[in-house]
Design a protein. Sequence first.
Length: 259
Amino acid sequence: MSDGNPFDGLAARYQANRPDYPENLLAALAARAPDAPQQAADIGAGTGISTRALQRGLGAAWSVTGVEPGSDMRRQAIESTPEADGITYLDGSAESLPFGDGSLGIVNVGQAVQFFDRPIFFSEVRRVLAPSGLLSIIQNNRVWQESPLLAAHENFVETNDLTYSRDYRDIDLQSELDALDWSKEVERLDESWERLLDADRFVGMMLSRRTMKPTVAKLGEAAVEESLRSMATEFGNPDGTVTTPYVTELFLAQKAPSA
C-alpha cells in the first residue's frame, strides 16, 4: 500500500542500482567517532545502503538503527540487510527522531538531507546527540559538468518536466552547519571517483530517481528506457559500458561538550 512517499514503487530498483560510499570517507568518519555512547542512527535510511555503510565503517561494537518514513523503502532495507549486521529499521521522520535525549553518539544522513525541514532536524540532532557526538552527512553527487552522458540525461529530464532543475540539491550545507549554535567545529571531506556501469544498470539507476517519475508518467517507461539506452550508446565506452564521475562529500559537525 502506498504511503505517499516520493520513492514509493522505486525501492527494488533503487537498491539494485544505486552506488555505495567510498571506504576512505567511512574510515574518516569512524576515526572521528566519539568513545561513547556507541549508538548510531541513519536518518532517511532508504533501502539501507547508507545504513549498512555506516555499520561497516563503525564496526561491530556500534549499534546502528536506520530511520525511514517510506514503507516501500523500509521494507527493502530490511530485506537487503543481513540479520548478522544487527541493524534495526524504524518508521520515523527527521523532524521527530525516535530517540531519547543525549542517547546517540552519531546521527548520520546519506542522500536525504534535501528532503528534511533542516532547522527542525538540526534541533532534533542537538537533542539526541550526546556531548561531543557527531552529525555526519554523506552524499554521492553525480558530476554532470564533467560527463556528456550525465549532461544529456539532465537535459532530457528538464525538457520533459518543466518543474525539474538539475540544481535541486545545491544546498550550502557548510554554511548551515557553521551556523549551528551547538556545534564545536565543522569539517568537510570529499573524494572524487568514477563508477563503471553496463547499460542496464545505468538505465536502472536513472529510473530509480524519484525526479524521473513525471517524465515516466508523461512519456511512458518504455520510451524513457529507450532514450536512456540511446544516451548510453552515444556517450558510452566502446565496450558498451558507461563511466559516471562522482564527488562524495562528507560533512562532520561535532556537538560541543557543553551544548
